[in-house]
Design a protein around this ligand. Structure first.
Ligand code: KG4
Ligand code: ZN
Length: 342
């Protein structure tokens, strides 16, 4: 089963060819991603209109490149899969219409993929892990703890009630005058800072529910920055260190509860796994913290390679390949993009 995948839900334009064999093993034949970060950086965040136009400009060429790098033509593809949501609707329309048009012209089955399902199934492509497992998705747009029970069978255990974690990193960076995207900048500054000089809140820590909240943390950073104005480099480093420590602590609390919940739901799973995905999973301090938590609790920690943790089309192609191999009926070409799709 060889699938062409297309991803345009946010600020990455991506096309990929992925193969899945009868044993369920996956292979990436090509994976092309073009980031629009430079287009959005002057505005300090993703501008939907700019994103949609940028997708239109490059998508055809990227699909051609993905086929070429895989050394195949459209004839060798068994199905087409494109992200149908959730995301910025302008970008979704571009990828979805392109995918449908190719499927129609080449007479291939078409699969409309939920972007979050793409993230959720990635570890089966990279690490061949079996259902069920836990997924922590932490990106610029999403913060979710998901129980992945089977193909098409997902239970969201918790989500953010305000900002996504990546968004909190980006907003904090902006408040401190650091460039976009802020996550890597905050991490770099934090390494040089003193995490004990300031104490920031740990939102929802200790609560039984598995939701996340990050806007209070951002507000606390704003207040701190206003009090200290003008900020020295040391102040910025110390605030970043305090912020990252508060985030690590919060994740630790939310995730350890989720691990316990998983054990209760699936007492017979011998080697349970926690998978991380999303751009924030690039953060070394957070990653190390999660890894430690997993080893303390007898969980396997799975972090797909960074290029497959962040937005890409290989995960969309793979989700399509999993569905097609499962004899799932193809989607109708009438399907519409969904900016919200839980
Ligand atoms: O998954 P992703 O590439 O894109 C989407 O959100 O769709 O995630 C991007 C997010 C941004 O908010 C960025 O600031 C954050 O991931 N990020 C990081 C780090 N690298 C990227 N956050 C914290 N530490 C990092 N090292
Ligand atoms: Zn994503």
């Amino acid at each position: 089963m060889r699938v062409l995948g297309i991803e345009t839900s946010c600020d990455e334009t991506a096309a990929a060819i992925v193969e899945r064999d009868d044993q369920g093993h996956g292979r990436i034949l090509s994976n092309v991603v073009l980031s629009q970060i430079a287009d959005h950086a002057p505005y300090g965040g993703v501008v939907p209109e700019i994103a949609a136009r940028a997708h239109v400009e490059v998508l055809d060429r990227l699909i051609g490149q993905a086929l070429q790098e895989a050394h195949i033509t459209l004839d060798d593809v068994d199905a087409v899969a494109a992200t149908a949501g959730p995301g910025l609707v302008g970008g979704l329309i571009v990828g979805l219409m392109t995918g449908k048009a190719i499927a129609m012209a080449a007479q291939k089955p078409f699969y409309a993929i939920n972007h979050l399902e793409g993230h959720a199934l990635t570890p089966r492509l990279t690490d061949r892990i079996d259902f069920p497992y836990l997924l922590l998705l932490v990106s610029g747009g999403h913060t979710q703890m998901v129980l992945v029970k089977g193909l098409g069978d997902y239970e969201r255990l918790g989500t953010t009630i305000d900002d996504a974690l990546g968004e909190a990193f980006d907003k904090t960076a902006k408040l401190l005058g650091l460039p976009y995207p802020g996550g890597p900048e905050v991490e770099k500054a934090a390494v040089l800072g003193d995490p004990d000089r300031f104490t920031l809140p740990r939102p929802l820590k200790g609560e039984e529910r598995l939701d996340f909240s990050f806007s209070g943390l951002k507000t606390a950073v704003r207040q701190l920055a206003t009090t200290l104005e003008p900020l020295s480099q040391t102040d910025i480093n110390d605030i970043c260190a305090a912020f990252q420590t508060a985030v690590a602590d919060t994740l630790d609390d939310r995730v350890s509860r989720s691990l316990r919940r998983f054990r209760q739901s699936f007492p017979d799973v011998e080697e349970p796994a926690l998978v991380v995905a999303g751009g924030v999973a690039a953060n070394k301090v957070l990653r190390d913290g999660l890894q430690e938590l997993c080893s303390e609790n007898g969980f396997r920690f799975v972090a797909p390679p960074l290029a497959l943790c962040t937005d890409n089309a290989a995960m969309i192609a793979w989700a399509g390949a999993e569905r097609a191999s499962d004899q799932a009926p193809a989607d109708s070409l009438d399907i519409a993009p969904r900016s919200r799709w839980p």
